[in-house]
Design a protein around this ligand. Structure first.
Ligand code: NAD
Length: 372
């Protein structure tokens, strides 16, 4: 016991040193944040991150420390750094912009963008649902109007903005669907137009590594500064045609949200207690339950709008029902070989991604298990 106590004391001391080293590292990162803010450098630089990780992995291996362990620790530290770099604010990419109005800035996502814009030195005003009687005043002399209202209200809101828009203004939106809002913006406004879709929810701590979709409308040279500003916040900008975006969203959003909802609905009707399932769960079951459960901590209206956005969504969802029936048939008829053949076909379809996903999910599962 004495020997164990002595070793544990040594470990405690080393942990103390680790904390001190972390504090020193975070202090250095703070200085980096200050320098980046001063010179308007992006908070996330993929090459620097990749080079640094590769070098640390090599050094760790030489000392007999597993490279993956060091990468895990450093990635967690870097995530902390990206978040703390937000506190310094960001350089104003376009100082000529005097005023930005966020229509629906009272809400979650609009509020997030208003905060990031303000922390980049812009004057931001909010036009909420109840502010239309003062719309004249709020929108007067604005250089940018960002629409971020619920999907069902987006087209009518853009229409409603028409009398207040002047040709020098930039009109943009953050809606989760892109084709119709973009068409409507181009219809009501003769000036610069761009459609944006942040591929993340309003609960992110940092925009580093998040994706923002960009669907070009008109006069891209007049809004490149906004794209650069968002990139400076750390986001990756992905340019795509609006119709292609909406087609992909059928799968990325509508189909996924539908099946998550249906899973939650189904489970809620079963004679089981969630606490009992969790007590017996493997890490992967816990993660899967978490992915279902987190949907119900969010806004049902938003998900309904996403699923109901276009007939194509329902057609794909309908075909999901067929796939369920097809899958069930294998078991109703005891067709084990049929199931295995279908399994192999899907494996072929995933190709090399199968192995990649196996590797990626292993890391996630280990993390989920650490948290137990
Ligand atoms: P939200 O309900 O939190 O916010 C919407 C806000 O718009 C509310 O404050 C509401 O009062 C206001 N509003 C409604 N009608 C208005 C009108 N006519 N004029 C002015 N304000 C009006 O919703 P949210 O989650 O912030 O989503 C807003 C938009 O962002 C949606 O188009 C959604 O597709 C998009 N979006 C949301 C997420 C997300 O995860 N929340 C992610 C990407 C994109």
């Amino acid at each position: 016991m004495n020997a164990l106590t002595q070793i544990r004391n040594e470990i405690d001391q080393l942990d103390q040193q680790l904390i001190e080293l972390f504090a020193q590292r975070l202090a250095l990162v703070k200085k980096v944040g200050e320098v980046k803010h001063k010179h308007g450098l992006p908070i996330y630089v993929p090459e620097r991150e990749a080079d640094m990780l590769a070098a640390r992995r090599e050094e760790a291996e030489k000392m007999g420390v597993p490279a993956d362990l060091i990468e895990d620790v450093l990635r967690r530290l870097m995530r902390e750094s990206y978040t703390s770099e937000n506190h310094f604010g960001f350089k104003t990419v376009n100082p000529d912009i005097k005023k930005i109005v966020v229509v629906g800035g009272t809400g979650k996502l609009g509020g997030l963008f208003a905060r990031f814009l303000r922390s980049s030195g812009y004057q931001v005003e909010i036009l909420g649902r109840k502010d239309w009687q003062s719309a004249d005043q709020i929108l007067a002399n604005s250089d940018v109007v960002i629409v971020c209202v619920p999907i069902v209200n987006t087209l009518e809101t853009i229409e409603r903005l028409k009398p207040y828009l002047t040709p020098n203004m930039l009109l943009t939106d953050l809606t989760s669907v892109k084709r119709q809002p973009l068409e409507k913006m181009l219809e009501v406004h003769s000036g610069a137009v761009v459609g944006l879709h942040p591929m993340f929810g309003p609960d992110i701590a940092s925009m580093a590594k998040q994706v923002v979709v960009r669907c070009d409308g008109r006069f891209p040279e007049r809004y490149q500064w906004l794209i650069d500003q968002i990139a400076m916040w750390g986001a990756k900008i992905y340019q795509v045609d609006a119709a292609e975006h909406d087609h992909s969203m059928t799968y990325i959003q509508a189909l996924r949200h539908f099946s998550t909802f249906a899973n939650g609905l189904h489970l809620s009707k079963q004679p089981v207690k969630l606490a009992n399932l969790l007590a017996l769960s493997s890490p992967i079951y816990r993660l899967e339950l978490a992915m279902i459960g987190r949907l119900f901590a969010q806004d049902g209206g938003l998900y309904a709008d996403i699923i109901m956005d276009k007939p194509e969504n329902l057609a794909v969802i309908e075909s999901l029902k067929q796939s369920y029936e097809e899958s069930l048939k294998f078991f109703e008829t005891g067709d084990k070989q049929g199931f295995i053949d279908a399994f192999e076909k899907v494996h072929q379809w995933f190709g090399d991604y199968s192995e990649l996903f196996m590797k990626e999910s292993r890391q996630l599962l280990q993390q989920a298990n650490d948290l137990r």
